[in-house]
Design a protein around this ligand. Structure first.
Ligand SMILES: Cc1cc2nc3c(=O)[nH]c(=O)nc-3n(C[C@H](O)[C@H](O)[C@H](O)COP(=O)(O)O)c2cc1C
Length: 269
C-alpha cells in the first residue's frame, strides 16, 4: 500500500510541470484542502457565533433599557432582567416554553409555532408571526420600570430586528434600537443614528381613548394635534421610515403585544 502510494507520488513528480493532467491534479487537490479548511472552520466556529449573537442581543436589550455599562459584565447586568415568554393572542405569560432556549425567529418559520399573515393583517411585511414572544421586564423597587419588546418588520431592503422599550406603565416609549438590518448606510441605516433614536424617548404610544397613535411621518413633524405621537421620518429614506412605523404599529397593536400590554395596564400581569 505504502509502496503503491510512493510509486504514484514518484509518477506525479516525474510529470512535466506544464502538463494538463498535473495542472488539473494540483488545482483539484488545492480545492479539496481549502474546502476542508473552510468547512472545519464553519462547523467549529458555529457555536461561538451563536453565543456571540445571543450576547449581542442581550447587550442591545440592556442598551435600549438604559442599563448597559461598558465596564460591567453583560451576563451579570442581564441577570437583573426578568425574561418571560408571552402567548401573544391571550396576552398571558406562558411556562410551556423555556425562556433560555425559545427562539422567536425560528418559531416564526415553523407552521406549528406560528401563523401566516396576509394582506392588511401583515402591515409589518413579515409573512408569519410566531405565537409566542419573549418580553424583558426591568423592575425597580418591586414595580415595573421598563418593558422591552422584540420587534421586527420590513424596511426597503431588509427585515429590521430590534427592541422597543416602553415605560413600565406601557403608555410611552423609553427607547428603540435595532441590532440587525441591511438598510443603506446614510439613508435607511440612519435608524441607528443616536440623534434619531433620541426622538423616540417619551413619545406617547396611545391617545386619551387608548387608540394606538404612535407613527413615523414623512419629513419633519408639523405642529398640530397629532404631533405628540409622531417622529420625524429619515431624510431620503421614506421606505425604511414607513417600515419602522408599520412595525411598531403591528407589534404594539392587537396582533402583537396589544393584548399583553392591556393586561399589564390592568395590573393582571
Ligand atoms: C442606492 C440607494 C439606496 C437607497 N437606500 C434606501 C434605504 O435604505 N431606505 C430608504 O427608505 N430609501 C432608500 N433609497 C431611496 C428610495 O429608493 C426612495 O427614493 C426613498 O425612500 C424616497 O424617500 P424620500 O421621499 O424621502 O426621498 C435608496 C436609494 C438609492 C439610489
Amino acid at each position: 500500500m505504502a509502496e503503491q502510494a510512493a510509486g504514484m507520488l514518484a509518477r506525479f513528480r516525474a510529470m512535466p510541470n506544464d502538463s494538463r493532467s498535473k495542472t488539473l491534479i494540483v488545482a483539484l487537490l488545492l480545492c479539496l484542502i481549502c474546502s476542508v479548511i473552510v468547512s472545519t472552520a464553519a462547523v467549529t466556529l458555529k457555536p461561538l457565533q451563536v453565543a456571540n449573537a445571543a450576547l449581542d442581543r442581550k447587550r442591545n436589550i440592556l442598551q435600549v433599557a438604559g442599563l448597559w455599562r461598558a465596564d460591567a459584565d453583560i451576563e451579570q447586568l442581564f441577570a437583573e432582567i426578568d425574561t418571560r415568554v408571552v402567548e401573544l393572542d391571550s396576552g398571558e405569560y406562558s411556562d410551556a416554553l423555556d425562556v433560555e432556549t425559545y427562539d422567536q425567529r425560528k418559531a416564526a418559520r415553523d407552521p406549528s409555532f406560528s401563523d401566516a399573515l396576509s394582506g392588511d393583517a401583515d402591515i409589518a411585511n413579515i409573512s408569519r408571526r410566531a405565537r409566542y414572544a419573549p418580553v424583558y421586564l426591568v423592575r425597580d423597587n418591586g414595580g415595573l420600570k421598563t418593558i422591552v419588546l422584540p420587534v421586527h418588520g420590513y424596511g426597503l431592503w431588509s427585515t429590521l430586528y430590534g427592541f422597543v422599550a416602553l415605560q413600565g406603565d406601557t403608555r410611552s416609549v423609553y427607547g428603540l434600537q435595532f441590532y440587525e438590518h441591511a438598510e443603506t448606510p446614510g439613508l435607511g441605516g440612519e435608524v441607528d443614528n443616536p440623534g434619531w433614536r433620541a426622538l423616540w424617548r417619551g413619545k406617547p404610544v396611545y391617545d386619551e381613548q387608548g387608540e394606538l397613535r404612535i407613527e413615523v411621518v414623512k419629513g419633519q413633524v408639523q405642529s398640530g394635534t397629532n404631533a405628540a405621537y409622531q417622529v420625524d421620518g429619515l431624510a431620503g429614506a421614506t421606505f425604511t421610515s414607513l417600515g419602522v412605523s408599520n412595525m411598531l404599529r403591528f407589534w404594539l397593536g392587537e396582533q402583537g403585544f396589544g393584548p399583553y400590554l392591556a393586561k399589564v395596564r390592568e395590573g393582571l400581569q
